[in-house]
Design a protein around this ligand. Structure first.
Ligand SMILES: Nc1ncnc2c1ncn2[C@@H]1O[C@H](COP(=O)(O)OP(=O)(O)OP(=O)(O)O)[C@@H](O)[C@H]1O
Length: 288
């Protein structure tokens, strides 16, 4: 359906008039996202509208270019497709896959915690998507609930590649929200694809206990807790030993000791709990 603009001849480049615009889906830092339908194919997409002056003011144009370059080349059921982009004088438009069930962040807020089955299904989907990214030498570096969307069938979709890098570009700059960053990134050291493995550990903990493991009132305390890997498991909710074992194997200070994603998929907690379809069907219902 929607082809990447650079693959399309000039006269067929996308423009706003190619789309019927529907309801707003949400508001972002640099603009709004709308439900939209490509007129010819009737294909439903999410159209993200970004204001150029806001992008310039925040000096994030290069970051957006990188996001477009990386995301448009990735094809995986658990990675939100970026079909293409176009722009006019004041705005940049991203043509995105529509994630019908919205933000994972909101689901987690609604449910407080996820069941072990649901958490394991999501973690396995993310591990598969990240394995795919890492094979293509892409590190996401910003895996957190706010950057995850849920598709029509309840499948998880990684969105927002704004902080991702090609490994040959890797830099030591610190980025992202502190809570999900590994020790080597908060300490501004060299890092590699294993930073994404760490954030899966943080996410798994948050899915099961409702808060990220190193959360603290003050930023400096979160920093200290991450660097020391000050990991504590609350007594409630009661979580299986296997889940805690997996979290401990992901949240290792020494990045070379973190469980490889392939081995994560074979971990007893994952094999016992994750739905092989990668779909958590209960989404939207009363239970977690
Ligand atoms: N592809 C999509 N399908 C469905 N809803 C979406 C989609 N993309 C965004 N949304 C909704 O629109 C909201 C705003 O998205 P957007 O990515 O602009 O915000 P953001 O999280 O602040 O990102 P950024 O940090 O890039 O500004 C999201 O929180 C989500 O509810």
């Amino acid at each position: 359906m929607v082809e990447a603009p650079e693959a399309v001849p000039e006269e067929r480049r996308w423009k706003l008039a190619d789309f019927d615009i529907g309801k707003p889906l949400g508001r972002g830092k640099f603009g709004n996202v709308y439900l939209a339908r490509e007129k010819r194919s009737k294909y439903v997409v999410a159209l993200k509208v970004l204001f150029k002056n806001q992008l310039q003011q925040s000096q994030v144009e290069h970051q957006l270019r990188r996001e477009i370059e990386i995301q448009s080349h990735l094809r995986h059921p658990n990675i939100l497709r970026l079909y293409g982009y176009f722009y006019d004088q004041n705005r940049v438009y991203l043509i995105l896959e529509y994630a019908a069930k919205g933000e994972l962040y909101k689901e987690l807020q609604r449910c407080k915690v996820f069941s072990e089955k649901r958490a394991a299904t999501y973690i396995a989907s993310l591990a598969r998507a990240l394995m795919y990214c890492h094979e293509k030498h892409v590190i996401h570096r910003d895996i957190k609930p706010e950057n995850l969307l849920i598709g029509m069938k309840g499948e998880l979709k990684i969105a927002d590649f704004g902080w991702s890098v090609h490994t040959f570009n890797r830099r030591r700059t610190m980025c992202g929200t502190l809570d999900y960053l590994p020790p080597e990134m908060v300490e501004n050291k060299e890092h590699d694809a294993s930073v994404d493995v760490w954030s899966l550990g943080v996410l798994c903990y948050e899915f099961l206990f409702g808060t990220p493991p190193f959360e603290a009132q003050k930023l400096s305390d979160t920093y200290r807790r991450i660097v020391r890997v000050d990991l504590k498991f609350p007594i409630k909710p009661v979580i299986s030993t296997a889940a805690k074992d997996l979290i401990c194997q992901l949240l290792c200070k020494d990045s070379s000791q973190r469980l490889p994603l392939k081995e994560l998929l074979a971990h007893p907690w994952i094999t016992a709990n994750a739905d092989p379809s990668g779909i958590y069907a209960g989404c939207g219902g009363a239970s977690a």
